[in-house]
Design a protein around this ligand. Structure first.
Ligand code: SAM
Length: 200
């Protein structure tokens, strides 16, 4: 399997174009809701091309990390054109240099449905978030409905190959197994796109 870094370097060229209708009609208002009121040191984990950047709160310390230089390049351009201050760094979410309990809040939008090792990602995010901090996941997950599940399983080899996205993850179960406390679980689109707010 082509590694995710190469895949997203390639995808970075057309990511925003393909994502635009979803961004405009589905994701934008949820991103706004997630970021509203966050303060302190905040991590945007798997920042991608920076789709969360327009919603970063002013005068807070935001860090964005990503595996792909191509995606980060676009995030940098977005931050600069919007005049947003964000520290963008290339690294894997599996092993970060941040100390335990560094962040007041962590945001991971469409990260667990992409990473090849969601457990490692969840563990690292848990380690670097403060005890009373919140971790926000916006993720595609495997439906409980048989027909939807079937379709998700059918399309995933294609979406994995083209965009790196896996629609068959059970992120809620992963987080529960890893000992996260689930504060909120909200269906955004059917039961396939979920907002999960967790604490450690
Ligand atoms: C589907 S994109 C989502 C980007 C952005 N969060 C958003 O909401 O549009 C997933 C991102 O995760 C990044 N990624 C994949 N594996 C990663 C890893 N192990 N560590 C850090 N970033 C990773 C990819 O490079 C890609 O930019």
């Amino acid at each position: 399997m082509e590694n995710l870094e190469k895949k997203f370097d390639r995808t970075s060229r057309f990511y925003d174009w393909i994502d635009w209708p979803f961004e405009r009609f589905r994701y934008r208002k949820i991103r706004q809701r997630i970021w509203k009121g966050l303060s302190g040191k905040i991590l945007d984990a798997g920042v991608g091309t920076g789709s969360n950047i327009p919603f970063y709160p002013e005068n807070q310390q935001v860090f964005g990390i990503d595996l792909s230089a191509g995606m980060l390049e676009r995030a940098k351009a977005k931050a600069s054109s919007l005049g947003k201050n964000v520290d963008l760094q290339k690294m894997s979410v599996y092993h970060t240099p941040f100390s335990d309990g560094t962040f007041d809040a962590v945001v991971a939008t469409f990260l667990c449905c992409v990473v090849d090792q969601p457990v490692l990602a969840a563990r690292e995010l848990k380690r670097i978030c403060k005890k009373d901090g919140k971790i926000y996941f916006l993720e595609y997950v495997l439906s409980k409905k048989p027909v939807r599940r079937f379709i998700q399983k059918m399309v995933t080899p294609y979406t994995r190959f083209m965009f790196g996205v896996d629609f068959t993850q059970d992120t809620l179960a992963t987080l529960q197994k890893e000992g996260f406390q689930i504060i909120q679980e909200k269906n955004i689109t059917g039961d396939v796109l979920k907002l999960i707010v967790a604490q450690i």
